[in-house]
Design a protein around this ligand. Structure first.
Ligand SMILES: NC(=O)c1ccc[n+]([C@@H]2O[C@H](COP(=O)([O-])OP(=O)(O)OC[C@H]3O[C@@H](n4cnc5c(N)ncnc54)[C@H](OP(=O)(O)O)[C@@H]3O)[C@@H](O)[C@H]2O)c1
Length: 166
């Protein structure tokens, strides 16, 4: 399994349920990488998707709500991060993507081989974060690819971190 996340300079990922930086190029890259695979997310992230389950991908949503799957079509429900891992254990690991949010990253980042981080070089108000992978000895910066500058003038690049524990 790999993780994919978009952060600002202080490793913030969201504010009041929303993403922090409008970055259509990053969105296209996200679609390209995850298409045809499985996306694993927390209930809050699922409810923040603009048009429901992500098309062309198997959507696994983690929630403690026992009736959630009955009320929402197009998803599979897991009632814990470890149950989500069981649901995807037969999938090609390179095609399973942890896509957030903060709570799910905290629970499952340690199970990810790589973390694909879009680094938006800006600081904005936020209330959701992932751990600083540069400060975590379990993670190594493997490569950085050029991104660009968003329409709002935010420079960004694509960093890939490798989990040294796996
Ligand atoms: N920048 C990015 O790349 C990115 C990506 C994704 C999300 N985000 C942002 O992240 C924020 C949301 O993060 P979040 O931490 O609030 O929510 P989240 O991780 O998406 O979802 C949290 C929910 O998942 C369920 N859950 C988590 N751990 C569980 C466990 N051990 N057992 C059972 N259920 C569990 C719970 O659902 P129930 O309450 O239903 O039990 C919990 O409320 C938003 O601001 C979003 O925009 C950013």
């Amino acid at each position: 399994m790999n993780a994919i996340v978009s952060v600002t300079s202080d490793w913030a990922i969201g504010n009041q349920g929303a993403l922090l930086v409008r970055n259509p190029a990053d969105m296209r890259r996200f679609v390209g990488l995850t298409m045809g695979g499985t996306v694993l997310m927390g209930r809050a992230t699922f409810e923040g998707l603009p048009s429901g389950p992500l098309k062309g991908r198997r959507n696994v949503v983690v929630t403690s709500d026992p009736s959630y799957g009955l009320a929402h079509g197009g998803i599979e429900v897991a009632h814990s991060p470890s149950q989500a891992l069981s649901l995807v254990e037969r999938d090609d690991p390179d095609a399973v993507w942890l896509i957030g949010g903060a709570r799910l990253y905290r629970a499952l980042l340690g199970h990810c081989t790589r973390c694909h981080v879009t680094r938006n070089h800006t600081l904005v108000p936020a209330d959701a974060y992932i751990p600083d992978l540069d400060a975590d000895p379990a993670w190594e910066l493997e490569r950085v690819e050029g991104g660009g500058v968003t329409a709002e003038g935010v420079p960004f690049d694509y960093a890939t971190y490798r989990n040294l524990a796996l």
